[in-house]
Design a protein around this ligand. Structure first.
Ligand code: 5RP
Length: 222
């Protein structure tokens, strides 16, 4: 199977998981990226069986709207039943690296509101230790160099993602050469650097379920 077929299979598995649990007033949080895009396209098939969605990026909001799926501002909803999103890396504790699509801050906010976070990923994202994928860090633009110097002190090699401005108007540093043995404390350490908006480690709010697309089928990891 191609990587896209694995992504489609995991997105379909997420629909199969949430569909019987949705109610008329359910809100679904929707992530960002190519796997999330497959999920959005399949979600269109069951629109009308739930209230609407909250999107983690402008791109996902546009795609949802193009299917006629209602999109709400996060401040307008009381709760989010499911948050469904991809990842750049996932470990056996269901801690993640996210932000390859530069949407990490809104993704982290929507995930934090969700009762259940379902991660959908193909098997190339499965790792024992997070950090081979360069860790995205969203920074206030004027603090970019300050934050980069602090990240070097933590042992990383930050690279400015040229030409990318997040939906929040900020910059992204991708931090190479990390081996993240303790994701929860490292997430907090980086977030404590002045000028950091957030970083792409999802450990404080890890996933509840990982639907991992493999060549032998979609595995459910909890
Ligand atoms: C966007 C993300 C994505 O979930 C992550 O980059 C995975 O993307 P894809 O599904 O295209 O492989 O965190 O900020």
């Amino acid at each position: 199977m191609t990587q896209d077929e694995l992504k489609q299979a995991t997105a379909r598995a997420a629909i199969n998981y949430i569909a019987p649990r949705l109610e008329d007033d359910s809100i679904v949080g929707v992530g960002t990226g190519s796997t999330a895009n497959f999920f959005i396209d399949y979600l269109a098939e069951i629109k009308g069986t739930f209230d609407g969605t909250v999107a983690s990026s402008e791109a996902s909001a546009e795609r949802l709207k193009s299917h006629g799926i209602p999109v709400y501002e996060l401040n307008a909803v009381d709760s989010i039943q499911f948050y469904v999103d991809g990842a750049d890396e996932a470990n056996p504790a269901l801690e993640l690296i996210k932000g390859g699509g530069a949407a990490l801050t809104r993704e982290k906010i929507v995930a934090a509101c969700a009762e259940e976070f379902i991660c959908i990923a193909d098997e190339s994202k499965w790792v024992k230790v997070l950090g081979e994928f360069p860790l995205p860090v969203e920074v206030i633009p004027m603090a970019r160099s300050l934050v980069a110097r602090e990240l070097v002190k933590l042992g990383g090699d930050p690279v400015y993602r040229q030409g990318v401005i997040t939906d929040n108007g900020n910059a992204i540093l991708d931090v190479y050469n990390l081996s993240i043995e303790n994701p929860t404390s490292f997430e907090e350490t980086i977030n404590n650097i002045t000028g950091v908006v957030t970083n792409g480690i999802f450990a404080k709010r890890s996933a509840n379920i990982l639907l991992l697309g493999t060549s032998t089928g979609v595995k459910t990891i909890t």
